[in-house]
Design a protein around this ligand. Structure first.
Ligand SMILES: Cc1ncc(COP(=O)(O)O)c(C=O)c1O
Length: 491
C-alpha cells in the first residue's frame, strides 16, 4: 500500500472535503458506478471553478477512503468498494461468559497498558483534537477557586443540579424530554448499567443482549448472576425487533439491554420506526429496556435521530448515558433515568457509591452551560466521520480480499470482518508482538461467533504511525490467511 499524506481537516474551510463528500455520496448511491472514470483534475477544477490544489486534495481523500484509484495515463476511476458485513446469526450455547473470554479481556487490558504500543483497541477521545483538556482544566480550577468548600464534604445523590439541568436541557436534541429531577448521576455509564440491571432483575433471570454487544456487559451479567440470551443485531439496522418480539412472547427475558443509537461496535442506529415499534412492544409485554446511549450524541448527521426513550410513555425504558466517549473517560461521569424504576435506582445508587465528585460534575456542568460542549461535539462529529471513512479506505487497500468493514453512521469504531479462515485471536497476538493492540472479535460474544472479526478505534490522530499500523495489520491478516489456506486448503 502506498503511504498517503492526509491533509489536516482544518484547512481552507475544507472545500476539498465538501467536494470529496459530494463525490463519495455519488459513488455510494451508484450515480458514479464502480469502474466509471472521474473527470481529470483540470476538468474538474474548471467545471467547478475550484483550484487545482483543492481538487487534488479531494481526489487524494477519496483515494484514502478506498473509493477511487489512479490508472496510469488515464486518470481516476471508481473502485469496487469494501463490502459491509452481512447479517448472519446462528444460535449458540447460553453460558454467560466463557473463561477464554475473561482471559482475553484481561490480555487486552494488559496490552493496552504497555508503554509505546499503538493502541487501536481503546475507545475514548485521545489527544488534543479530541479532548478539550485545557478548557476543562480552566473551568475545573475556577470552580475550585470559587467554591473550594465543595471538596470538603460528601455530595448526595442525585448529584450536581447544574449538570443534571444541563443533561435535561440537551435531551431534546435526542427527542427526549428529561427533567433534572429524573436524572441520577453515576460513576460512569458502567455504574448506570449496573444500577439499571439491579433495579429490574434478580439473580437467575435471563437478560436479552445484542450480538455483538458491548463486551463489559458479559462480566457485569456474570457478577449479578444473570444469564444472557443473545439477540440478532444487524450490522446496518441494529437490534432485530422481530427477534425481540419472539423473546417477549415467550416471556423469556426479565429485561433487554441495547444500544439502539450508535451501537458499539457496529456504529449503526436502529431505524426510527423500529425504535417506535420496540417501545410499543416493551409496553405491551411490560418488559424493561436498558437503553445504553453513551455514543448517541456522536451521530454524524444532524438533526440527531431520537432514542427509544423518546417514545417511552410509560417508563419502561431506563436510559443510561455518560461523558466518557464525548469528553473524557477519567471523569467517570455517567447518568441514568430510571423511568418506572426511578426510586429503586436512587436507593441502589446511594447504597452503591453514594455520589459523584461535585468538583468534576460541576465543572462538566459549566462546560455544557457555556456552549463549549456543543461546539466540541460538532467538531468531533465531523472529525470522526472523516477519520472512520479514511481508515476504512486504508483497510480496503491493506487487508486481504474478502475483508468487510462497517460504514458507521456515528461514533469512532470500525467493525472489521476478516475472511473466515483468519482467527482474530491469532491476529491479536501477532499484532501485539509488533506493538499494536486491537480488540479481537472473541470478546464480543460468549461463543466463537466473532472469531474472524475485530474492532478498530479511530479516536486518536490518524497519522503516519496509525496508517503504518493498519498496513501491518493487513499484512499479518494476509499471512494468517495464507497459512490457513496452505494448511487446510481453501474452502
Ligand atoms: C456501549 C458502552 N456503554 C457503556 C460504556 C461504559 O462507559 P463509562 O466509561 O462511562 O463507564 C462503554 C465504554 O466503553 C461503552 O462502549
Amino acid at each position: 500500500m502506498k503511504r498517503r499524506q492526509v491533509p489536516s481537516s482544518g484547512t481552507a474551510g475544507s472545500l476539498y472535503e465538501a467536494l470529496a463528500d459530494e463525490l463519495t455520496a455519488a459513488i455510494r448511491s451508484g450515480r458514479l458506478p464502480a469502474g466509471s472514470s472521474l473527470p481529470s483534475l483540470r476538468e474538474c477544477a474548471a467545471q467547478r471553478k475550484l483550484s487545482l490544489n483543492t481538487v487534488n486534495a479531494a481526489y487524494r481523500l477519496l483515494e484514502d477512503r478506498g473509493l477511487i484509484a489512479a490508472r496510469p495515463q488515464s486518470g481516476f476511476y471508481v473502485r469496487s468498494e469494501l463490502a459491509e458485513p452481512e447479517f448472519a446469526f446462528r444460535r449458540i450455547a447460553k453460558d454467560v461468559m466463557s473463561p477464554a473470554q475473561v482471559d482475553l479481556m484481561t490480555s487486552v487490558l494488559q496490552a493496552q497498558q504497555q508503554p509505546g504500543h499503538m493502541d487501536l483497541a481503546f475507545a475514548g477521545p485521545r489527544g488534543k483534537r479530541f479532548y478539550p483538556g485545557e478548557r476543562l482544566a480552566r473551568i475545573t480550577s475556577s470552580v475550585l477557586r470559587r467554591h473550594g468548600e465543595i471538596v470538603a464534604t460528601y455530595a448526595l445523590p442525585p448529584g450536581s443540579l447544574l449538570l443534571r439541568e444541563q443533561i435535561a436541557l440537551r435531551s431534546s436534541r435526542l427527542g427526549m424530554d428529561l427533567t433534572a429531577d429524573c436524572i441520577v448521576l453515576t460513576h460512569g455509564a458502567m455504574e448506570a448499567l449496573q444500577l439499571a440491571l439491579r433495579a429490574v432483575t434478580q439473580a437467575g433471570d435471563y437478560v436479552g443482549i445484542e450480538a455483538p454487544s458491548y463486551f463489559n456487559i458479559y462480566p457485569l451479567l456474570a457478577a449479578l448472576g444473570l444469564k444472557a440470551i443473545e439477540i440478532p443485531t444487524h450490522p446496518q439496522h441494529g437490534l432485530d425487533v422481530d427477534s425481540v418480539e419472539h423473546l417477549l412472547l415467550q416471556k423469556r427475558v426479565a429485561a433487554v439491554v441495547a444500544m439502539p443509537t450508535v451501537h458499539n461496535p457496529l456504529g449503526c442506529s436502529m431505524p426510527v420506526e423500529a425504535k417506535q415499534r420496540l417501545a410499543q412492544l416493551l409496553h405491551q409485554h411490560r418488559t424493561p429496556l436498558i437503553e445504553d446511549m453513551v455514543y448517541a450524541e456522536l451521530q454524524f448527521r444532524e438533526p440527531l435521530e431520537p432514542t427509544i426513550k423518546s417514545f417511552d410513555r410509560m417508563g419502561w425504558v431506563l436510559a443510561c448515558g455518560g461523558f466518557s466517549k464525548t469528553l473524557a473517560p477519567d471523569y467517570r461521569i455517567g447518568w441514568i433515568v430510571g423511568g418506572r424504576y426511578q426510586e429503586a435506582v436512587q436507593r441502589l445508587k446511594f447504597a452503591s457509591s453514594a455520589s459523584e465528585s461535585m468538583l468534576l460534575t460541576e465543572a462538566v456542568g459549566q462546560f455544557l452551560k457555556s456552549g463549549g460542549y456543543e461546539h466540541h461535539l460538532r467538531t468531533l462529529r465531523r472529525l470522526y466521520a472523516s477519520q472512520v471513512a479514511t481508515v476504512r479506505g486504508w483497510i480496503a487497500q491493506a487487508f486481504p480480499e474478502g475483508t468487510r468493514a462497517t460504514q458507521p453512521t456515528g461514533g469512532f469504531v470500525l467493525w472489521v470482518e476478516l475472511p473466515p479462515q483468519v482467527d482474530s485471536l491469532k491476529l491479536f497476538h501477532a499484532a501485539l508482538a509488533r506493538g499494536i493492540v486491537i480488540m479481537p472479535g472473541q470478546v464480543y460474544s460468549k461463543g466463537p461467533r466473532y472469531r474472524h472479526f475485530l474492532r478498530l478505534s479511530c479516536c486518536q490522530d490518524i497519522d503516519d504511525r496509525f496508517a503504518a499500523a493498519i498496513r501491518t495489520l493487513g499484512q499479518l491478516a494476509a499471512e494468517l490467511l495464507a497459512g490457513e489456506v496452505c494448511e487446510h486448503g481453501n474452502h
